[in-house]
Design a protein around this ligand. Structure first.
Ligand SMILES: [Zn+2]
Length: 1171
């Protein structure tokens, strides 16, 4: 019972005096006071109704007015008094918004109201005015009281309201507030179930009806209540059983037809809201299909499309249609990679073991239970706490909180005797240079020259087009595909002189490329002229622009590259080379409604199935692997390619191919005349991970818009939704002087599709779908051959070519050594470079200076799909080998140990993420297996050796690419910044930490235009404890241990803001990294490192501005998902979300909610929340 004390104010106003009288009467209630109380409350009501300021006085702070009023309401048995008080409260809460209601709730008002409602209903007939006032108040209070739903249920109020509705269907004055309260009740799932049992659904259907201009407010509330009720699976089933779904569709059609002036879009949207919730259950989706829901909503939506204000209807309809779209099976026999590689042994656990242990014959493309029945589990058991849960997900439980795990320490160190062999890779420390015995740069291949494969013929180019392969090989008979395979298709005319071009034209067009104009239009490598139809293939002479490229050397390198499918073809772009564009390529502006349009085109496949061609035009799973072996444990056999081309002859259709290094296309299906579905191959020894693509297209018609859909994408979002374009290389353009990858494609978008994804490939999660990446291209030339890639390709053979050319650049001042760190699973070598400056002389002083240079350890391309990291590495290497004074000074400052490609096999075989072991190598650094992860094993051992010999690197950096963020940025490791993120016991922050890890990123942000400091993060996540960055930091003790991430898309800050990134920018980044190291050197000479009072360290501290660190950190993003931080950009992603009340970021931020997780595509999950 409330016993508040009124504030004793001398100059109390009239209303306050009345309140204090009322308070006294409340404290000593006598029967005789009944009339007095009635009178006083009547006066207060009158004052409040007539004088604005009295409302404020009653609820002013410290007045205690609310308590007195509530106390009267609670104590009185007099109807008139009750009505007075309810009138007062209604007035008070109508104006003044949330604060007054908040006070009301905090003083226990909700319960008093509910009790009043229940007790009044026990003495029928209930007073209509009383019921009206109570419900009007409850409507205001409900949404502000988090426990409202529970309180209503526990007080027994639900049925009171339901009965009132039932008996007042035509009394609209009372019906409206009752329905509004019912809607608030129903937003609690447990209540919804209970109300459904009490017949609430049927009542709602008594109220809603065909188009009418009357009572639209009432109708809207009814529909929203119904939608809330239908969120319960049990209610939805009941509704489907009673045949309500066709009813709703009919009502929707009726409104669609009659609301011609679109005055009632909200009602139409509410009807869709009910259908949307009904179709959350399987039964509902079936009823929807059976009732021709697809056709009805599709037709209605098509009519709505031209009117922009009807977008909410189109979007919700599209959402429903996509949900009900029958799930399709990906048209593959298995999702396991087409190619297999026999492993030396199968790991004891993990995904690879799982893959091997999968019994033969298991259909891994779909599961039985892909309908996600789990989400339909009945809601009866919902706990009361659920209502509060929404706001409590902010904690990122991926942050490492164990301080001991954060402290760097040596673990898993191999005994020094075992490490001694790595001395071989560190000869610079033992050489005495007396005989000037510095090895002349040597070329790097081959590892195993006795391999027959080395002598296998190489075919250029790759297409079943142009020059027949016979032009290339010494022994044509060896390599020709047998009997009339598609490889022998008539050559297309790009093999001839390009139409109408004379030598002069060609020279002219090449001349535009080459600055000095001294161009040789004829290829040095010129394929022998076969005479007749087949003329020379013009190799663009790019020597002046691409000093590291040489087609001949490239071919030489390809010969020693070993791929699992034993590729014999070479892609034109890799052979010709890529000259970076000087054009700006802006980030594509997203056209409004693209996604919706694409989805509608997909839905049309179902509505007009006869329009679909469904013709397979390229298929690695078919034909060409005669000796197809499935996994059978240890005895699986590597595939032998049998030279039959997977291209299916198809006249009018495009021709696809990806049988070349780094190629990845598994299947192409022509679905419409100019539209193709494409499927990517899984990483080898894996059943997913694909994202990277690289394939060739021929036989196109110029001037026609071709739509391509990659239909088995896995990521839930992509930079393709934020302006990134695909890369295209036209051979026609190349031989006409433009050998370059160009950003291309329009109508690009990325969205969830209707191909269901097996839980086997989705980490056990059921009910997942794939995503479609779609783009549209218009080809310029007839008979062209074009290549498409996810990003600028950079093959392993290209690396070897670059290294050979680089080593040739060496001067006597440069110490350059190239060794094979080890052999990969696929039999390729993993190059390790040592680059520094030669000692000035062999004098002791100079040798000693030479040997005391700090080590900088760099690596790249552990993830094959991140080709951008190779371009950055190329920039670094070119800078390091250049003769500029800065390069010399950098070489004099450090000894560089560089592994430019940590995962050659993955690169060669077109993987996106893994090595041949089917594992992500950047998750193996804690315990690399010498057999399964040789490059990681030996790289780590080399680092351990360096540490053991007192040469712990000053800087370690692993170059990566980032598919979901813009700019270039770094991840580093800091105990303090990790602890700050956890908000755990801040006293642990007393631990000392050198802030030097911030210097390099800070320098880069000042020097490199693409680099963004605000995207950097120094938090150590649990999910990354086995990555190079964290292991090298923790185990090797390298304080400056980084992952450097380069965007695949472009920049949103700095000089390149608004532009997509190109190879120039990436290479520049690699060079800027070197310059930053040079500046870092000034802060980190050995003396300063150990002397914290030094002048230079102050400068360093200034530079990194310690005060701003907490701010910077709070802006950092970090996530569980690999190296893909949460995506916070805005996007027209509404149709992806299952929630029609679409995530409005502002709303979320204000309420301190977490931003909607873009990764969660919980198609059918709903939160039981009152907010
Ligand atoms: Zn990566």
């Amino acid at each position: 019972m409330n016993k508040p004390k009124m504030a004793a104010e001398k100059s109390a106003s009239r209303v306050l005096m009345l309140l204090s009288q009322l308070e006294r009467l409340n404290e000593e209630p006598k029967v005789s006071d009944k009339d007095a109380i009635r009178q006083i409350t009547g006066k207060i009501l009158h004052l409040i109704l007539t004088q604005e300021k009295t409302r404020k006085e009653v609820v002013s702070k410290g007045s205690g007015g609310m308590e007195v009023i509530l106390s009267s309401l609670e104590n009185t048995r007099d109807l008139q008094t009750t009505l007075n008080v309810l009138g007062i409260l209604n007035e008070l809460l109508t104006v003044g918004g949330g604060r007054r209601t908040g006070v009301f709730v905090s003083k226990g008002g909700t319960a008093i109201l509910l009790q009043l409602l229940v007790s009044s209903s026990k003495e029928p007939p209930a007073n209509e005015e009383l019921m009206f006032l109570i419900h009007s108040l409850l409507v205001k209070v409900g949404p502000k009281d988090k426990k409202f739903g529970v309180k209503a249920r526990l007080n027994g109020a639900l049925n009171v309201t339901v009965n009132l509705v039932k008996h007042n269907l035509h009394n609209h004055k009372l019906l409206l507030p009752c329905l509004q309260v019912l809607r608030v009740y129903s937003s609690n799932l447990v209540n919804a179930v209970s109300l459904g049992r009490s017949g609430a659904l049927e009542i709602m259907f008594d109220i809603i009806g065909p188009f009418s201009k009357k009572s639209t407010t009432l109708l809207k509330v009814t529909l929203d209540t119904l939608a809330a009720l239908l969120k319960s699976g049990m209610n939805a089933r009941r509704a489907v059983d009673r045949g309500y779904l066709p009813t709703l569709l009919a009502i929707y059609q009726d409104w669609h037809r009659n609301d011609t002036r679109h005055r009632h879009v909200v009602i139409r949207k509410s009807i869709l809201g009910c259908i949307k919730n009904l179709t959350n259950i399987k039964l509902g989706r079936k009823a929807f299909i059976d009732a021709s829901g697809m056709r009805i909503l599709y037709n209605a939506s098509t009519e709505c499309l031209p009117v922009r204000t009807l977008d909410p209807l189109v979007n919700t309809s599209s959402l429903i249609m996509r949900k009900c779209f029958p799930k399709n099976r990906l048209p593959l026999p298995t999702i396991k990679s087409v190619f297999l590689h026999t492993l030396p042994h199968i790991p004891a656990g993990g995904p690879v073991a799982q893959l091997y242990n999968q019994p033969p014959g298991v259909d891994d493309v779909v599961d039985e239970s892909d309908e996600n029945e789990a989400t339909e589990v009945d809601t009866e058991n919902d706990t009361e706490n659920e209502e509060d849960e929404a706001g409590h997900k902010t904690q990122n439980d991926d942050i490492e909180t164990d301080i001991n795990k954060l402290r760097p320490r040596q673990i898993n160190m191999r005994p020094f005797d075992e490490l001694r062999v790595y001395e071989h890779f560190c000869r610079e420390y033992t050489e005495n240079f007396e005989d000037n015995d510095f090895e002349s740069p040597r070329s790097f291949f081959p590892l195993s020259s006795d391999n027959a494969e080395l002598h296998r013929p190489i075919i250029i180019p790759t297409t079943p087009t142009s020059l027949g392969p016979q032009n290339r090989c010494s022994a044509p008979g060896d390599i020709l595909p047998p009997d009339g395979s598609p490889l022998e298709l008539d050559s297309i005319s790009i093999s001839k002189r390009p139409d109408g071009k004379s030598d002069c034209d060609l020279v002219y067009s090449l001349g535009r490329l080459v600055l000095d104009g001294a161009v040789n239009g004829v290829s040095e490598d010129g394929p022998q002229d076969e005479g007749g139809e087949q003329a020379d293939l013009e190799v663009p002479d790019t020597a002046a622009l691409l000093p590291l490229h040489d087609p001949d050397i490239y071919l030489e390198m390809v010969k020693s590259t070993r791929s699992v499918p034993a590729y014999t073809e070479v892609a034109y772009p890799d052979y010709f080379g890529h000259v970076a564009l000087n054009l700006r390529e802006p980030i594509l502006e997203r056209v409004y409604g693209v996604q919706r349009m694409k989805i509608f085109q997909d839905i049309e496949r179902l509505i007009h199935p006869s329009d679909i061609i469904d013709k397979v035009v390229y298929d690695l799973d078919n034909q060409r692997f005669k000796g197809y072996h499935r996994y059978d444990g240890h005895n699986c056999t590597a595939f032998k390619i049998n030279q039959i081309c997977p291209v299916i002859d198809n006249g009018e259709s495009l021709k696809f191919n990806s049988k070349f290094e780094s190629g990845n296309l598994r299947k192409a299906i022509q679905v419409r005349k100019f539209e193709y579905d494409l499927i990517l191959n899984s990483d080898i020894n894996s059943n997913h991970y694909h994202q990277w693509f690289y394939f060739e297209v021929g036989n196109m018609r110029p001037g026609v818009r071709y739509r391509f859909n990659i239909i088995n994408c896995e990521k839930s979002n992509s930079q393709f939704n934020y302006g990134m374009q695909v890369l295209m290389y036209s051979v026609h353009d190349a031989i006409n002087g433009r050998p370059q990858w160009v950003r291309t494609g329009s109508d690009i978008c990325y969205y969830k599709n209707h191909f269901s994804r097996s839980s086997i490939a989705a980490g056990g999660q059921k009910g997942k779908s794939y995503f479609t990446m779609t783009f549209t291209v218009t080809f310029q030339h007839k008979d062209d051959v074009c290549y498409f890639a996810y990003h600028y390709p950079y093959t392993y053979s290209m690396l070897k070519m670059h290294l050979q050319k680089l080593s040739a650049l060496g001067t006597e001042k440069i110490y350059y050594r190239q060794e094979d760190l080890c052999e990969t699973l696929g039999g390729n070598s993993c190059p390790l470079l040592t680059i520094t400056a030669m000692p000035e002389s062999s004098s002791n002083d100079h040798i000693s200076q030479f040997r005391s240079r700090p080590v900088v350890f760099l690596s790249a391309r552990v993830h094959p799909g991140e080709t951008n990291s190779s371009w950055v590495m190329k920039g670094t290497l070119e800078f390091l080998m250049s003769c500029s004074p800065q390069a010399q000074s950098l070489r004099e400052s450090y000894i560089f140990k560089i592994i430019p490609m940590l995962n050659p096999d993955g690169v060669i075989n077109g993987n996106h993420r893994c090595s041949l072991s089917g594992e992500d190598l950047n998750r193996q650094w804690q315990n690399p297996n010498a057999e399964l992860h040789p490059t990681i094993y030996h790289a780590k051992s080399l680092l351990q050796y360096l540490r053991a010999t007192g040469k712990t690197p000053l800087v370690f950096c692993d170059y990566h690419g980032h598919s979901r963020k813009k700019n270039v940025f770094m991840y580093g490791c800091s105990i303090k910044e990790t602890v700050w993120q956890t908000n755990v016991n801040t006293s642990t922050c007393d631990l000392h930490e050198d802030l030097g890890y911030r210097t390099l990123p800070k320098l880069l942000s000042q020097m490199a235009p693409a680099f963004s400091l605000s995207s950097c993060s120094f938090v150590v996540e649990r999910s990354k404890e086995a990555t190079a960055r964290v292991v090298v930091w923790r185990e090797i003790g390298v304080q400056r241990s980084y992952t450097m991430e380069s965007t695949l898309c472009g920049c949103d800050q700095g000089k390149y803001k608004g532009l997509q990134i190109g190879t120039n920018e990436l290479e520049e980044m690699g060079a800027q990294f070197c310059l930053a190291l040079l500046r870092l050197r000034r802060f980190t000479s050995p003396l300063e490192l150990h002397n914290h009072n030094s002048h230079l360290l102050d400068v360093e501290n200034d530079l990194i501005d310690t005060r701003s660190i907490p701010n910077i950190t709070s802006n950092t993003t970090y996530v569980l998902d690999e190296d893909e931080p949460a995506f916070l950009e805005e996007v027209d992603y509404s149709a992806e979300s299952n929630d029609e009340n679409d995530p409005d970021p502002e709303h979320y931020l204000q309420d301190n909610h977490v931003l909607p997780d873009p990764n969660s595509d919980s198609e059918f999950s709903h939160q039981d929340s009152l907010n």
